[in-house]
Design a protein around this ligand. Sequence first.
Ligand SMILES: Cc1ncc(COP(=O)(O)O)c(C=O)c1O
Length: 320
Amino acid sequence: MAASIIAAGAIWRPHCKAIRSPSIAKMLVDGGAVGITCAKVSQAAAMVSAGVKDVLIANEIVGHKKVAAMISLIPRMDRLCVACDDESNLRMISAEAEALGVTIGVLIDMNIGMNRCGIHWSKKDEIIAMSHLAEKLPGIEYRGLMGYEGHAQGVDKKDELSQLVADRLGSAKKWVEDSGLKVPLVSGSGSGNYFVSKDLGTTNEIQAGGGVLHCMQYATSMNGHDKEPDHRNSIQLACQIISLAGFDEGRAIGDAGFKTMFPSGVLPWVALVAFHVLRAQAAMYDSCHRTHTSRLASHVSRNSPRVSRLASRVSRLTVL
Ligand SMILES: Cc1ncc(COP(=O)(O)O)c(C=O)c1O
């Protein structure tokens, strides 16, 4: 992930909403990230306490209590940056930073089609005005624009939507630069489309993070694209096949723990089946484990469309 983003000329600031662990965050920084991205002040505080020095909070932080808590992190850091889409919020951040004698980076947040936070991409005057205000206010360093494109990361229309997002961010950057203000950063993108957006020439700070874990949910959002990156699962679970009683109906049962393994409801891939176990069990059905495994795989494929999709991804056998 790091290598491909850096090779494309962008910087990598992985979002840690899926990672959560400061020690993994530090590994990412050692592996080429300029710093990390967090969603909230409390997450940033945990990372800073563990020694992470450069954080973007890629959401609006509102209200005096949270703004003050955010600003209080800065003396322990090299750099803190936050997203902002509102003038009064920007003024509050500035006043807090000035009072503490520190500087905080600000990215003007744009809604580039996801309809979450951010100034709508078409509001040219507002984007320009907020950028100039951020540049002018004390205690603030204007860092550029942000537009997060969660809606462009589904398996369908990834290219089309990523391009549209890049066009919207690119236009906004041009508006601000034509008004006389340099836009150092355009920040955004996620694990589900970074391998597309990094090459579109607009987003130069890539926030994709959780994909380093390559759990099934992230894997599903990356797979099948012609630029699908070469990620590997960060963890594998060894379990035992405890029953083939339903074999004739295409069922093999593993003792892996459904609810603890994938609360998001996405089935794991079966990477490896312990063949000595299967072979012994196969003897009950067939003299040859090859026949057994292919029979089981075809039963599984026929009987469960969901597993059938997964079956095509494993070399030998998919079980439930
Ligand atoms: C603001 C923001 N940036 C980036 C991301 C991408 O994170 P990930 O790569 O873990 O999907 C997210 C995910 O929701 C996000 O909300």
